[in-house]
Design a protein around this ligand. Structure first.
Ligand code: NI
Length: 172
C-alpha cells in the first residue's frame, strides 16, 4: 500500500468524468487499498479516484463511528438505482477543499449497485451520513464538487481562498 498525494481544488483533474471499470482486478484492488490508506491518513470518511489523479470510477468510504472500529467499503462503478423522496441537509467537507464546509441538500436515503473488491455486483441501502458520503464521492466521479451544489457566491469565495493558499505554497 502507498499514500497518494490528494489533489486540491481548483484543479482540472477534479473536473473530469471517470471511466467505468471493466473488471475489478489486482490493479483496481491496489488502487482501492491505496485510496483507503490515503483517506485514513488524512482523517477523511470518503475518497474518489479523481482526487488522487486516477480516471477510473472507484470510490472508498468508511463512515463508522470512531469507537466502532474500521468499516471500509470499496466500490467500482457505483450507480444509484433508487432515492428517497425525502431530502436532508448535511454539512459537507472534502479532502480536496480543506477547511471549507457547507450544507448540501441531497436525498436522505439511496439504494445503489456497484462492483466490490472481488468484482461481485452488490446492492446496498444507505441513509444518514453514509448516504451523504456516498453521494458526495459519486459526484467526484462526474467531476462535481460539493461546492457545485451551493450558491455561486459562496463557491467562488471558497475556490478563491484555496487558489490563494496554493499560490502561497508555490511561492514559499
Ligand atoms: Ni470530496
Amino acid at each position: 500500500m502507498a499514500l497518494m498525494p490528494i489533489i486540491i481544488a481548483p484543479d482540472p483533474r477534479l473536473k473530469i468524468k471517470t471511466k467505468p471499470v471493466d473488471n475489478v482486478d489486482d490493479s483496481v484492488r491496489a488502487l482501492m487499498d491505496d485510496m483507503l490508506e490515503t483517506m485514513y491518513a488524512a482523517n477523511g470518511i470518503g475518497l474518489a479516484a479523481p482526487q488522487v489523479g486516477d480516471t477510473r470510477s472507484v470510490i472508498v468510504v468508511d463512515c463508522a463511528r470512531q469507537d466502532d472500529g474500521p468499516a471500509p467499503i470499496r466500490m467500482a462503478n457505483p450507480h444509484i438505482i433508487a432515492v428517497s423522496s425525502d431530502d436532508n441537509a448535511h454539512e459537507e467537507g472534502c479532502l480536496s477543499l480543506p477547511e471549507h464546509y457547507a450544507d448540501v441538500v441531497r436525498p436522505e436515503s439511496i439504494t445503489l449497485r456497484y462492483l466490490d473488491e472481488n468484482n461481485k455486483v452488490l446492492e446496498m441501502d444507505a441513509d444518514g451520513i453514509l448516504a451523504t458520503c456516498i453521494q458526495h464521492e459519486m459526484d467526484h466521479l462526474e467531476g462535481i464538487l460539493f461546492v457545485d451544489h451551493i450558491s455561486a457566491l459562496k463557491r467562488n469565495m471558497i475556490l478563491r481562498k484555496l487558489k490563494k493558499v496554493k499560490k502561497q505554497a508555490t511561492e514559499d
